[in-house]
Design a protein around this ligand. Structure first.
Ligand code: ADP
Ligand code: MG
Length: 698
């Protein structure tokens, strides 16, 4: 039997092999130069490339093409066009021109632009990004050729997540190459910011999903009493994967392999019905596209298996939420990982220099990172069970932490702790060396061997966005530190020492979940943003605006538009959640509770009639308890309705978002509380929606 991995891998990608086969060698070389060396695209080759792509796609069965882009919704967008045209005599001809490949003009007016549209023209352009490969999207409904593009306004402002990412790659490329050359005498031609995103998700039964309006409209449960069993016994994590889930994963893998996505790892996650998929890391530009395709594929394939895939950061209260651990490193074109500590990291000045640059960048831009990793959904997750808290700190591991301490305390590091041999005491088991560093699962930003793992990132967040900021702030930090050596004539070791001293407050090796850490963080004056909405302001602080401008990543208006979109999106998200709660409470919960109360009242009356010796107090007490909670719920419900009308009247986007955060969210809680308590009292046959237990345990 053919091996599905071998037969499918990159089947739907216009990859290097296909390009070589179908393009003349001259055109192939020119295109390759742009892709690999980031050289300017020679537009004269576009005609031949378009013909080759069309031929390949049509042979595969595609009838349509689409410019595929990532608007500021954080999702992807595509508008399909048939490979179709009319000739002068009115006959159908097959066509896909150079212009159609290179440029498109979707109507930009219905995508969020955060004010950019008022200031500028409504036109939006998509432009081919040949550094991410063209691919075919295949589903039971047909095949579509997708051309990865950027999306910008008439005056060149980014209207998407991709343009700033590409700019940030240029920035970090430039600064890192300079530092390597001027400080370490290393000639690199290209730096690849490399990312491996671990994607967490939940799978639940489709029928149960379709009976929960909250899941349908908001992606998370807005009500729900905890099930008797949660994740306390830790039976699910890395457990044997159930057969139906394995069948789902098998199909997901095949679909991802076809797209050239290096889907590698899969396992059960900590919460019941929670899973993870991780690809092999690669160039962040391509990986960001792949992650979008992965999320889309997970959702699409789940439906083939009568399941629904939830990508929300916190679908269920009381059990773990989902993140997207963003493993990030800088690798040169010759394969040198700048975060590789080597055997004696204390002597590895290059390594210490780049690690220090990250420490400095994270400390100076903590709130920005909080914003770049989140959305309204991540608020439910951060600080919860196992999730990193809303405070950014860096974990360096014992070995590097020890070196940093030596440098800070004595001015230099003389030794490196090394991992011992792990002896289990069984002769047949091989001896091996332990890593010099254990893992710290509680840190939002952890150094894990030869990469940084940014764990705060939410499961549904666009990593194009997260990595734009990560690349940007580190690029800036590298430039400043290089300047200190080159312009201010300091030694590299001194620059490392000074910066570690200045930014040591952001380093924390302990348990991030504790209350003590929160207090300690306050003492260290680290920014604590308990909600995403409080972190949005970081985007438009002068420090950020200048940094992003200096590095040609975002202009001031672009950042302002990002912030406006976030405030607006936050308000809209909470508004939808609140309205969904109102609908569920009014039409589902309250009528069912009243029915139950009526049953109790009837029972009580019937008991009374049957005999005056029957003790009706239990039934009566139940009725009183239920009635009390119902009144509480009803009051919160009316309150919520009133507040929503008030919110509608607020026009200014920051005020509005803060109103949702400070006034609406607490009332949503006040409504949820009595309903969840009632779920434990009311006859389960009358309860109108599936319970946590029935959704999470099958
Ligand atoms: P764990 O859950 O133990 O952290 P996983 O195997 O689930 O590990 O995921 C680790 C991720 O980190 C993978 O996507 C992997 O390819 C990626 N990764 C490994 N090395 C690097 C690196 N140098 N740069 C970026 N990502 C990396
Ligand atoms: Mg993992």
């Amino acid at each position: 039997m053919a091996n599905s991995l071998i037969t499918n891998f990159e089947k739907n990608v216009f990859n290097d092999k296909v390009m070589k086969e179908r393009l003349s060698s001259d055109v192939y070389e020119k295109l390759k130069k742009t892709i690999e060396n980031r050289e300017k695209l020679d537009l004269s080759i576009a005609g031949e490339v378009a013909i080759a792509i069309k031929g390949w796609a049509m042979e595969r069965g595609a009838t349509h093409y689409a410019h595929w882009f990532q608007p500021m919704t954080g999702l992807t967008a595509e508008k399909h066009e048939a490979f179709l045209s009319v000739d002068k005599t009115g006959h159908m001809i097959i066509e896909f021109s150079a212009t159609e490949l290179i440029q498109g003009e979707p109507d930009a007016s219905s995508f969020p632009s955060g004010g950019l549209r008022q200031t500028f023209e409504a036109r939006g352009y998509t432009a081919w990004d040949c550094t991410s490969p063209v691919f075919i999207k295949e589903s039971n409904a047909g095949l579509t050729l997708c051309i990865p593009t950027i999306f910008c306004s008439y005056t060149g402002e980014a209207l998407d997540r991709k343009t700033p990412l590409l700019r940030s790659i240029n920035a970090i490329n430039k600064e890192t190459i300079r530092a390597l050359k001027e400080l370490f005498n290393i000639e690199a031609t290209k730096i690849i910011p490399s990312v491996g995103p671990e994607q967490e998700y939940f799978l639940i039964d489709k029928n149960k999903f379709s009976r929960r309006k909250d899941l349908i409209f908001t992606g998370r449960t807005l009500f729900g009493a905890p099930s008797p069993k949660g994740q306390e016994v830790e039976a699910h994590y890395f457990g044997a994967i159930r057969e139906n889930v394995l069948a789902f994963m098998k199909e997901v893998n095949i679909e991802l392999w076809k797209l050239g996505i290096f889907a590698k790892t899969q396992h059960n996650e900590a919460a019941p019905s929670q899973y993870e998929l991780a690809p092999i890391y690669g160039n962040v530009n391509v990986v960001a596209d792949h992650n979008q395709l992965t999320m889309e594929t997970l959702k699409r394939v789940a439906r083939h298996h009568d399941m629904e895939c939830l990508l929300h950061e916190k679908p269920f209260r009381g059990v773990n939420g989902s993140g997207k651990h963003n493993n990030w490193s800088l690798i040169t074109d010759s394969g040198l990982n700048l975060f590789s500590p080597g055997k004696t990291p204390h002597e590895n000045t290059l390594f210490l220099f780049f690690v220090t640059a990250v420490v400095k960048a994270v400390d100076e831009n903590a709130l920005l990172l909080r914003c770049a990793s989140s959305g309204p959904g991540n608020d439910q997750r951060l600080g919860g069970h196992e999730a990193p808290p809303g405070i950014i700190s860096i974990y360096l591991g014992d070995q590097i932490y020890d070196i940093v301490q030596q440098i800070i305390n004595t001015g230099d590091a003389k030794t490196s702790k090394c991992g011992d041999v792990l002896n289990i005491g069984i002769d047949t088991i091989p001896l091996f060396r332990k890593d010099a560093t254990d893992r710290n699962r509680t840190s939002p930003f952890a150094f894990t061997g030869n990469k940084f793992e940014f764990r705060m990132v939410g499961s549904s967040v666009s990593i194009a966005y997260t990595n734009t900021f990560l690349n940007g702030i580190v690029a800036d930090s590298i430039r400043e530190m290089t300047d200190e050596v080159v312009k201010n004539k300091k030694s590299i070791r001194d620059v490392i020492k000074e910066n570690l001293k200045a930014h040591s407050r952001v380093i924390f090796n302990g348990n991030n979940y504790t209350e003590e850490w929160r207090k300690e963080a306050e003492k260290r004056k680290l920014p604590i943003a308990s909600s995403f909405v409080e972190s949005i302001k970081a985007l438009i602080e002068p420090h950020t605006i200048e940094l992003m401008k200096r590095n040609d990543i975002y202009s001031k208006v672009e950042l302002e538009s990002c912030a406006e979109i976030f405030y607006d999106n936050y308000s809209k998200t909470i508004n939808i959640e609140a309205k969904t709660m109102i609908e569920m409470a009014s039409k589902q919960y309250i009528p069912s509770i009243i029915k139950y109360m009526n049953n109790l009242a009837e029972t009580m009356n019937n008991m009374k009639i049957a005999s005056d010796k029957v003790d009706i107090s239990v039934v009566e007490q139940s009725l009183i308890d239920v009635s009390k909670l119902l009144s509480e719920a009803k009051q919160a419900l009316e309150n919520l309705k009133k507040k929503l009308i008030e919110a509608e009247g607020i026009k200014e986007c920051v005020k509005k978002a803060m109103f949702y955060r400070n006034e609406i969210v607490p009332i949503m809680e006040a409504l949820r509380k009595p309903i969840d308590e009632l779920e434990l009292l009311v006859d389960s046959n009358l309860w109108p929606v599936p319970s946590y237990g029935s959704m999470l345990f099958k």
